[in-house]
Design a protein around this ligand. Structure first.
Ligand code: G4P
Length: 533
């Protein structure tokens, strides 16, 4: 069946202007600083650091709220929208930066690209690696920023090797540092071989002035630092570490930039790359693999649900990534899984001080729907032409706990809450079919358990006891492998409500060994498939 749609050239043009991406990094690599500097370079704030409280600067949301109040720009804790060079940039927050959670993964389902920020002194760190794995399952294009070059760090060539070896991406430096970490003068722009010299500004509060020099002048003025940088770029040319747009868009190479978010060195190059290199919103495949044209009627999917943002109202906000068509506030959509109408009359209007009202949105944008209690993560909403987008991938949990109600008289409340929070994707709930009735909760971050316990007590009136379960790793498995695993000590197979079987392992080394010894067994780190190729 072909879609009969009224063509809307405006939607395609708006989609082409969108750049929707997330920053992936290990805590302290500089994500917050870089985010703020993007706002500075986009002109959304006049001065960086001006609105940042000295204490509590870790509270990103409150920084953003303060920014919003003072500047009147559109910010939510989930997406930060600004314009740059006539493009609309949607920067999705990977939440729980410090307190990693499944939400962190889910946000990447709504992004079209990612920026991987590495601390030049530390290289590839654990959390970056985890987040990158998610990018890989989606073949997301990834730009890399080697940050903190203003202070001592590792040899950048060594870092390229590390990216290649640990992440499996071929780095293609677009800029290359002149000067060593800690004595950073500027970069060679490999596209034309010129030297871009940066100048510091007080506290990095305003854009760093740049001066472009031709190679002769750079050699005369920078001496050894220039020659060393030239030797390194000659080597990069030789080994073919140069930009290849097709392999970047396919998620197998990564354009790389060096700089310092603190002093603003290299920030503009990176933001320009978001516009010039990162892909715009493109048609999304539905669950049958057919692409929903950008100018088809509205369709989007829920990638995150935030409950109780406003404790006075117990609201649920569902964040929807627009995939096709034009969203206008007040339109009535269809909730895919139930076929019921879904009114957006109050959509995004109840945002108050924390959020902005969104009246119109286009592919690539994110809409927050308030009072969306009936929605679940992964649900599709559409207008006119039915469509269902594939489920959002979930990844192997790493933390496990068994859960029991404290007061057995509140069994009903406990089960109601458990079912609801499981549906919302707060934690994964695993059960032993025909065995021990005590469910095991599984999560990728400890904060998920905290949210679970809190919400169960406050929204459902069921206090619970969590007891750590002895497992350290999990993999999706199948019935055949389950038979084999029965013979293996220290493992257990449990099921989720959707029927997915998860094998739990008391030792990660044991899992490693089984993976090596039995490559034919089904032990998959992607627990349920999303829009994987
Ligand atoms: P995160 O969101 O990834 O966790 O990192 P964040 O931006 O909060 O940065 C972590 C620390 O690293 C901060 O220092 C920040 O100032 C510093 N930083 C970020 N980018 C750079 C850079 O390019 N060069 C240098 N030298 N430092 C950088 P802090 O001491 O924890 O906070 P603050 O007291 O400086 O605000």
């Amino acid at each position: 069946m072909s879609l009969v749609v009224a063509s809307d050239a405006g939607v395609k043009a708006e989609a082409a202007r969108r750049r929707t991406f997330a920053i992936i990094s290990h805590p302290d690599a500089g994500k917050t600083t870089l985010t703020e500097k993007f706002l500075l370079y986009a002109g959304a704030v006049a001065e960086a650091g001006a609105v940042k409280a000295r204490t509590g600067r870790r509270r990103v949301t409150s920084d953003w709220m303060a920014l919003e109040q003072q500047r009147g720009i559109s910010i939510t804790s989930t997406v930060l929208q600004f314009t740059y060079r006539d493009h609309v940039v949607n920067l999705l927050d990977t939440p729980g930066h410090r307190d990693f959670s499944e939400d962190t993964y889910r946000v990447l389902a709504a992004a079209d690209a990612a920026i991987m920020v590495l601390d030049v002194a530390k290289g590839v760190e654990a959390q970056t690696l985890k987040l990158f794995e998610v990018c890989r399952t989606r073949s997301l294009p990834v730009l890399t920023f080697l940050n903190k070059y203003d202070r001592p760090g590792r040899d950048p060539l060594e870092l390229l090797d590390e990216i290649e070896a640990q992440i499996g991406l071929h780095p293609a430096p677009i800029t290359w540092p002149v000067g060593i970490p800690g004595d950073f003068r500027g970069v060679i722009d490999r596209r034309d071989g010129s030297f871009v010299r940066y100048m510091r500004t007080a506290r990095g509060a305003t854009a760093a002035p740049e001066e472009r020099l031709d190679p002769q002048r750079a050699a005369a003025e920078e001496g050894d630092a220039w020659h060393q940088a030239r030797d390194a770029t000659a080597l990069l040319d030789e080994i073919g570490a140069t930009l290849d747009t097709a392999s970047f868009l396919a998620g197998s190479s990564t354009p790389l930039f060096v700089g310092s978010a603190l002093t603003n060195f290299g920030v503009r190059h990176l933001l320009d790359a978001v516009v010039n290199l990162a892909p715009p919103a493109t048609p999304r495949p539905d669950d049958q693999g057919f692409e929903r044209p950008l100018d088809a009627p509205f369709a989007g999917f829920v990638f995150k649900i935030q409950a109780n943002m406003d404790p006075a109202h117990r609201d649920h906000v569902a964040f929807v990534r627009v995939c096709s068509g034009r969203f206008t506030r007040g339109m009535t959509l269809v909730h895919g899984p139930s076929g019921r109408p879904f009114a957006t009359k109050y959509a995004a209007s109840v945002f108050g001080a924390e959020r902005d009202t969104i009246d119109v949105a286009y592919p690539g944008d994110v809409v927050g729907l308030v009072n969306a209690g009936g929605l679940q993560i992964g649900d599709t909403l559409y207008d006119a032409e039915p469509v269902a987008f594939p489920p959002i991938a979930t990844f192997a949990p790493e933390l496990f706990a068994s859960v029991r109600p404290r007061d057995t008289g509140r069994h009903k409340q406990f089960h109601r809450g458990l079912t609801q929070l499981e549906r919302e994707g707060v934690v994964q709930v695993l059960r032993d079919p025909g065995g021990d009735p005590v469910p095991v909760l599984a999560a990728v971050g400890a904060m998920q358990f905290e949210v679970f316990v809190h919400r169960l007590a406050h929204e459902f009136g069921a206090d619970v006891n969590l007891a750590p379960a002895p497992y350290k790793a999990a993999r999706r498995t199948d019935q055949r492998t389950t038979e084999h695993l029965r013979e293996v000590r220290g493992t257990r197979v449990l099921a989720r409500a959707d029927g997915t079987l998860l094998a739990l392992f008391e030792s990660p080394y044991q899992l490693q060994r089984l993976e090596q010894d039995h490559p034919e067994w089904c032990l998959d780190p992607v627990v349920s498939a999303g829009d994987m190729p």
